[in-house]
Design a protein around this ligand. Structure first.
Ligand code: ATP
Ligand code: MG
Length: 250
């Protein structure tokens, strides 16, 4: 299958007083349709910048990002993004937050409602449709943000450390939840994470970045069987893969 995303000699330099800050340098990789790819690397190596480029929210200063072979020149409905902070509208309920992107687009109310109700179920928030964000836990807020990102039925879902602010147990639960969503939804996911365990547990492939300017240090395939269960994280194979990722980072 042709790649969904092709990154070619991608570079990003932010303008600054001393001639520019190089955030990403000469990245080349492909992402296949349906793949789950995790991106790991030291803080400040350009992971969030990369996600913005893959979302079309920022333009490269070198090279290109191709979405189904076409240069990505701006945001697309077929690409959904979840940022590190859920950024929900505090005065809108769960359902109203999820429907917001479609309302802005002017889709018929009945269709909008139908999609939102399906998504509430998909992210296991049934019963909380009319709850305001301040009455949700952090994990629930992130699930609302994931549902909101899915409302356009994107082919590519980009996640920037979506579980970074959660405790370890909730994080594990959210990881399983995400795998279930990915399985049912069947789309491509690129997820930035600081957690090596999370990367190995979730992904088909882990991309490891060097310190800034971020360059690709390793592609590590994760041949663990699916569906995955948390018990797999205790297996010797899992340990060996996590070690491989850790060594690539260091
Ligand atoms: N809007 C911006 N303008 C200028 N410089 C920026 C901007 N955003 C990021 N940078 C710089 O680019 C580099 C990469 O930042 P980025 O946020 O992409 O890293 P990151 O890998 O996501 O880090 P973290 O793991 O801490 O989230 C940093 O040195 C940062 O200072
Ligand atoms: Mg970041």
């Amino acid at each position: 299958m042709p790649p969904l995303l092709s990154v070619r000699n991608l570079g990003l330099t932010y303008p600054n007083a001393d001639g520019g800050l190089s955030a990403l340098r000469d990245l080349t990789f492909d992402i296949a349709p349906g793949e789950f790819v995790a991106v790991v690397g030291p803080s400040g190596c350009g992971k969030s910048s990369l996600l913005q480029l893959l979302a079309g929210l920022r333009l490269p200063t070198a090279g290109s990002v191709l979405f189904e072979g076409e240069p990505l020149t701006g945001p697309r409905r077929r690409i959904g993004v979840v940022f590190q902070k859920a950024n929900l509208m505090p005065w809108r309920t769960v359902l109203q937050n999820i429907t917001l992107p479609l309302q802005l687009q002017g889709l018929p109310a009945a269709e909008t409602q139908r999609r939102a109700v399906d998504l509430v179920e998909l992210v296991s928030l049934t019963g909380f449709e009319h709850t305001l964000p301040r009455h949700l836990s952090g994990g629930m807020e992130q699930r609302v943000a994931i549902a909101r990102a899915l409302i356009h039925r994107p082919d590519l879902l980009l996640l920037d450390e979506p579980f970074g602010a959660l405790d370890a147990l909730t994080r594990d639960r959210m990881g399983l939840e995400l795998l279930r969503i990915w399985d049912r939804y069947g789309k491509t996911i690129v997820m930035v994470t600081h957690s090596i365990t999370e990367a190995v547990f979730l992904a088909d492939r882990v991309l490891v970045f060097t310190p800034r300017p971020g360059q690709l240090r390793a592609h590590i395939p994760i041949p663990l069987p699916r569906p995955r269960a948390l018990s797999q994280t205790y297996s010797p194979q899992f340990g060996a893969l996590a070690m491989q990722v850790r060594e690539a980072i260091e």
